[in-house]
Ligand binder design. Structure first.
Ligand code: PXP
Length: 239
């Protein structure tokens, strides 16, 4: 059996808590359930506006829960400093803009960027795996590789949006070709954004896929079946 890892993004546990500025639902409790239900890593996005995950969530999940922690951050000095303090196992550098509802595509890379290269170097030197969120475009993937990233997380939002219409096959093919390149470059291959219980299987079956990072669909399903069942159902679908 292939082992495609499942990273469960728990940002929206924090979104719900922030709606009342209370202690519950608790991200530490969520992280424990994720690991005990077959999730391979807990994913948290610390946004500059702190709209969901707070710095204290990261500190507590890192300290109180045993397991792989994957942090999504913008490649800016403030976030680099926090990552170096929290020491997640891995980081994904993502683009971020203040008014977006969610991440809008991968980092636009068409060559080396000195600042980004330095951030990658500093995080790597601290023993943190560094992934870059990229659209399935060869130019961006090669640039991330040239700057020393360990892995690529392919953005699946266009594929997810195309689910059920005539562009679906084309978007899946783009992901397959990009995945081939990532593996040729001997990098870690992750994918995510917009994946759900219906559209996940073809992406999970792409040759060489190491990990899928999924949040919104799992947390939404958890409302009705509980987080434990929502995580284990997704885990079953990606094997
Ligand atoms: N990967 C990245 C880089 C993201 O920014 C997000 C959203 O935070 C996800 C994966 C998860 O996306 P979704 O919540 O749509 O599953």
């Amino acid at each position: 059996m292939r082992h495609v890892k499942l990273g469960v993004n728990i940002d929206h546990i924090a979104t719900l808590r922030q709606a009342r500025m209370e202690k519950n639902p608790d991200t530490v409790e969520a992280a424990r359930v994720v690991y005990s239900s077959g999730g391979d890593m807990v994913v948290m996005h610390l946004r500059q506006d702190r709209r969901h995950v707070q710095d204290a969530d990261l500190e507590r999940v890192r300290q109180d829960v045993k397991g792989n922690l994957h942090l999504e951050i913008a490649a800016i000095p403030e976030m680099e400093k926090i990552a170096l303090r929290i020491r997640p196992d891995s980081v994904c550098l993502v683009p971020e803009s203040p008014k977006e509802v969610t991440t809008q595509g991968g980092l636009k890379l068409d060559g080396r960027s000195k600042e980004l290269e330095k951030t990658i170097k500093n995080l790597s030197a601290a023993g943190i795996e560094v992934d870059i969120f990229c659209d399935p475009e060869p130019q961006a993937i090669r640039a991330a590789h040239n700057m020393g990233a360990d892995g690529i997380e392919l953005c699946t939002s266009k594929y997810s949006e195309a689910w059920g219409n005539k562009l679906q096959a084309k978007e899946l093919e783009k992901l397959q070709l990009a995945s081939f390149l990532v593996k040729e470059l001997k990098m870690q291959l992750h994918s995510g954004h917009g994946l759900d219980y219906y559209n996940v299987a073809p992406v999970a079956r792409i040759e060489g896929m190491d990990c899928l990072n999924i949040g919104f669909s799992i947390i939404s399903r958890a409302m009705f079946v509980g987080l434990k069942n929502a995580v284990s159902e997704m885990k079953r679908l990606i094997q």
